[in-house]
Design a protein around this ligand. Sequence first.
Ligand SMILES: C[S@@+](CC[C@H](N)C(=O)[O-])C[C@H]1O[C@@H](n2cnc3c(N)ncnc32)[C@H](O)[C@@H]1O
Length: 209
Amino acid sequence: MRQHVNPLNRNFKVIEKIPPLIEMFGDSKLNLHLDIGCAAGQFLFDLALVNNSWNYLGIEIRERLVKTAKLKVQEGEIKNLYFIFGNANNILNDIQCKFIIENVKSISFNFPDPWFKKKHYKRRVIQPEFINIISNSLQKGSLILIKTDVKDLFDYMDGTISSNLNFKTIDKKDFNYSGSFNPNKVKTNREKYVMDNKLEIFERIYIKN
Ligand SMILES: C[S@@+](CC[C@H](N)C(=O)[O-])C[C@H]1O[C@@H](n2cnc3c(N)ncnc32)[C@H](O)[C@@H]1O
C-alpha cells in the first residue's frame, strides 16, 4: 500500500457524503473527539472500546484503510466510532461539514506526514487557512493536540497554531487527562514505534479562547 498520498490531488476534491452525528453514533450527545490522519484507526478502536462516554471520529486519506476500519466497526457493532475517507482539509473546509468542528471537544493531529521538502510544505495537513477555519467554528474551551517526532514539523505546526490568536497553549502538566478523550494515555501506532526506538516526541496542547 502507498505510504504517502498527495492530498492536493484533485481526486480528493470530491468528498464522500457525510451523515449527521445522529447517524454516525449510537448516542450523538456524547463528547466528540476527532483524530485527523488516523491511518487504520487502531488508536481510535483502542479508545472507543474503553471509553464509552466519548464518541470518536477519524479522518484518513488512504481509502483502503478507511474501508477496512468501517467494516471492523460494523462487524464489532461499535456505536461510538466512525471513520471518514478523504483529505481532512477539503472535508472540514466544506460548509456542510461545519457541524463536525462545531461539535468536537478535541482534535488530535498525531504524527502527521512531515513532507520534508520545502516545496511540499503545502501538502502538510496543518495550514494557516485550515486552522483559521477550525478556530472560527470550534467552541470555546475545545482543544487541539499535536504530536510528532519531527522537530521541524513541530515548529511549523506550533508556529501556525500559535499565530492564530484564538488559541493559547496549555501546559501538559496542567492538562486533565482523566477528563479528556484519552484518560488512559493510549498510544498511537507511530507513537509506539517512536518510543520503542527511543526517539524524541514533541507535543503541545492548545485551547480555544
Ligand atoms: C505518519 S501517519 C500517522 C498515523 C497515526 N496518526 C499514528 O500516529 O500512528 C499519518 C497519516 O495521516 C494521513 N494523512 C496525511 N494527510 C492527510 C490529510 N490531508 N487528510 C487525512 N489524512 C491524512 C496519512 O495517510 C497517514 O495515515
